[in-house]
Design a protein around this ligand. Structure first.
Ligand SMILES: *[C@@H]1O[C@H](CO)[C@@H](O)[C@H](O)[C@H]1NC(C)=O
Ligand SMILES: *[C@@H]1O[C@H](CO)[C@@H](O)[C@H](O)[C@H]1NC(C)=O
Ligand SMILES: *[C@@H]1O[C@H](CO)[C@@H](O)[C@H](O)[C@H]1NC(C)=O
Ligand SMILES: *[C@@H]1O[C@H](CO)[C@@H](O)[C@H](O)[C@H]1NC(C)=O
Ligand SMILES: *[C@@H]1O[C@H](CO)[C@@H](O)[C@H](O)[C@H]1NC(C)=O
Length: 402
């Protein structure tokens, strides 16, 4: 501001003040909510001419609008037994902020504020405020924002997006500051942190996280707890994080059967994916040999069944491909053709027979060996007792030789 402009302002101010055109003005909220059992803080300032310094004789008087009974007087202690209040602002700072404690439902009503400047009657100021005593606190607001704090217009969020879930609640007035807390169902680790911020009228808590399919249909609850003297009062609000994600095929998907093959593919995705079956690289449709059917599992999942009831060429491949706007997934199955399966069975039987045969052979051999060794032992025993016989037998041998 240059000197010329400043000069003009001072001159203008002087003129306006001089002719009494400036009406001093009180800045008060029109309406204010107070929680039953808690205090109410009424933010108040006033505009008045700098030349009209409000002196010690200035008074702030609050009275009920209808009965005109004084509820607070800045120069008098407890003028009314039904109201406990205090001037917090300094008049010299043009601040008329006032607090009333322990508000009850019968305190609801319109109150008149008068700022009386004893010596200067013309500068007296008046304003009204309506205090509404509420039984339960208002619900917090929960909204989803982008990282740039742009409000998300859609409730469907693509997987991988970084988002901020913001809960904001009115601070109201209480002897202890209110608390904002988050919870989720199902229980999810918050991939981020809660950053409580405070300004004069609002309490804010941000949840900063990256969206995953786990967040789909998860319910986030923000709770505000007002700590009053006798009890706590809470209010909450929910947000449910619909996530768009690419299809995922469950590893349990498989093919079974010999003469008739039944394959199933279990797929999850949002939006619900489109599933196509391929038999040896050709897309499959319902026919005399092939049929496709689906079974819904939940809002985002289903099982698709593919039945192959005719003979098919050797080593066919079966492929299921699931696609939605977020991407696609596929799973390949290798079928064992029926003839190969019977061959395999025969081979298995043969193998089993061989094993049994081998076991029998070994068993018999062992038995025979045991028998022989027992006989031999018995013989040796006999020989050791009658050594003479050895010579005799030698003789026999010799005799035989002869
Ligand atoms: C008025 O006074 C109150 C209580 O001291 C204070 O919290 C508030 O910030 C003041 N307002 C302004 C506008 O200075
Ligand atoms: C207002 O209600 C409270 C109970 O909530 C009661 O104790 C008090 O006397 C009432 N005040 C008036 C002025 O009726
Ligand atoms: C949220 O988290 C990301 C990654 O941790 C970070 O880059 C970003 O600044 C955070 N945003 C806010 C608003 O805290
Ligand atoms: C109110 O809530 C606070 C914080 O959760 C807790 O510490 C306090 O014990 C509660 N008071 C009552 C009366 O329940
Ligand atoms: C195949 O037929 C079944 C009923 O037999 C039906 O439910 C299914 O939608 C059909 N599939 C195709 C791809 O037409």
């Amino acid at each position: 501001m240059d000197a010329w402009t400043a000069g003009k302002i001072i001159l203008l101010s002087f003129l306006l003040n001089g002719v009494g055109c400036i009406i001093p003005h009180i800045n008060l909220p029109e309406k204010i909510d107070a929680l039953n059992g808690s205090c109410v803080l009424i933010n108040c300032t006033f505009d008045a001419y700098i030349t009209k310094v409000y002196n010690f004789s200035a008074q702030v008087i609050w009275s009920t609008n209808n009965t005109q009974s004084i509820v607070l007087n800045s120069s008098m202690l407890s003028p009314n037994p039904f109201f406990k209040g205090q001037m917090l602002g300094k008049l010299s700072e043009k601040n008329c902020t006032t607090i009333f404690y322990d508000m009850r439902s019968n305190h609801s009503g319109t109150y008149k504020l008068a700022i009386i400047n004893g010596s200067e009657k013309t500068s007296n100021m008046y304003a009204n405020v309506t205090i509404n005593v509420i039984e339960s606190p208002p619900h917090p607001t929960v909204r989803l924002y982008t990282q740039k704090m742009e409000l998300m217009q859609t409730i469907e969020v693509p997987e991988g997006s970084s988002v901020i879930l913001r809960c904001s609640a009115k601070t109201l007035c209480s002897s202890f500051p209110p608390l904002l807390t988050w919870s989720s169902y199902p229980m999810l680790p918050y991939n981020g942190s809660s950053i409580p911020q405070e300004n004069q009228t609002e309490l804010i808590s941000d949840l900063n996280f990256t969206v995953t399919p786990l967040h789909h249909r998860a319910n986030f609850t923000c709770t505000i707890t007002y700590q009053l003297q006798d009890k706590n009062k809470t209010a909450q609000n929910n947000f449910t994080l619909y996530v768009q994600y690419a299809p995922k095929i469950s590893p349990s998907s498989s093919c079974k059967g010999t003469d008739v093959t039944v394959c199933f593919c279990e797929v999850h995705g949002n939006p619900s994916p489109k599933l196509i079956w391929y038999l040896s690289e050709s897309p499959v449709s319902n026919s005399s040999c092939t049929s496709i059917s689906e079974e819904q599992l939940d809002s985002t999942g289903f099982r698709s069944f593919f039945t192959l009831s005719c003979a098919h060429k050797a080593n066919p491949t079966v492929l299921c491909v699931a696609t939605n706007m977020q991407g696609s997934a596929s799973q390949q199955f290798y079928l064992v053709p029926p003839f190969a399966q019977s061959e395999q069975k025969a081979l298995q039987v043969l193998l089993a027979l061989m094993v049994i045969l081998y076991a029998l052979t070994v068993g018999v051999a062992l038995y025979k060996f045991k028998q022989m060794s027992t006989k031999l032992k018995a013989k040796r025993k006999a020989e050791s007792h009658v050594p003479v016989e050895l010579n005799a037998s030698d003789n026999i041998y010799e005799n035989v030789k002869i």
